[in-house]
Design a binder for this molecule. Sequence first.
Ligand code: RIB
Ligand code: CA
Length: 316
Amino acid sequence: MKKVILSIDTGIDDAMALAYVLGSKELDLIGIVGTYGNVYTKQGVKNDLALLEMLGRKDIPVYLGNEHAIDKDDFEVSEVSADIHGQNGIGEVEVPAATRQVETGDGVDFIIDSVKKYGKDLTVIATGPMTDLARTLKKYPAFKDEVGQVVIMGGALACTGNVTPYAEANIHQDPLAAKILFESGTPVIMVGLDVTMRTPISLEDTQKWRDTKTVAGEKYADIVDYYIHIYDKYSPYLHGGSLHDPSATCAAVHPEWFTMLPLHMTVETEGETAGRTIGVMEKLREPNPNVKVCINIEAEKVRQDICNTIHGLFTK
Ligand code: RIB
Ligand code: CA
């Protein structure tokens, strides 16, 4: 089993990524580092603790990550994020508050201690801004050589962004952090909009979770239904909510369902194109690119695997 740390801004699709990792037989979640993005860091961590407790996993530690981009002093949740994920990040659904507290240490130190302990057995999956990964690399540069794999949900290579024509949301929050990650040499799988927009989830899928008649199955169905309805408002042509973050967790288990293009990647950090994830032209002839960019996906296999793995968690 791969040891996994989730760096998440929980968020509805982050909540699905969390459930997927817990439901997967191949992944062993050793901790969560909460970050900002869909919600404020403290709200995201509150969601993580509550969801873990509802899912019977009070044993998994949750740490606070950064509260804003690496080169900024503050952060505000955007109106669109609050609309897509709800003010509380989980579709205004009430999940009983956790009975335990967040850990006291910094999430970055947890990532560093974990890579020292598990080395190549460690996979870090980031489904929020890359700020804490950039902080990790600044504090412990050997992370890039020691970690087994980093998988990110973020970016767009061959399609437009979802915040600006150039930028996807997680990269847009902190382009500099993503640039630091890409250019560090860390082995990264980039699961961006090129593939995550191709995997929809529908009300029929969530009904199967509700039909388990478990508290967690019903709550998760309510949370994700909120997301599906909002997608109908913003992007009715998609016919379902995009499985962004759980597609990244799926790629950690089933990379064979994704077509990946190895590239030396960078991120534009200035002006109109800030947040654009793009290959470095000067390095096209250089061997061994550290980033594998997902450019195609066996969408139906991924969709089914995500829905079934989460369903399995409710019937365990
Ligand atoms: O662009 C999609 C990403 O932005 C997802 O991680 C979603 O949760 C939001 O953070
Ligand atoms: Ca997210």
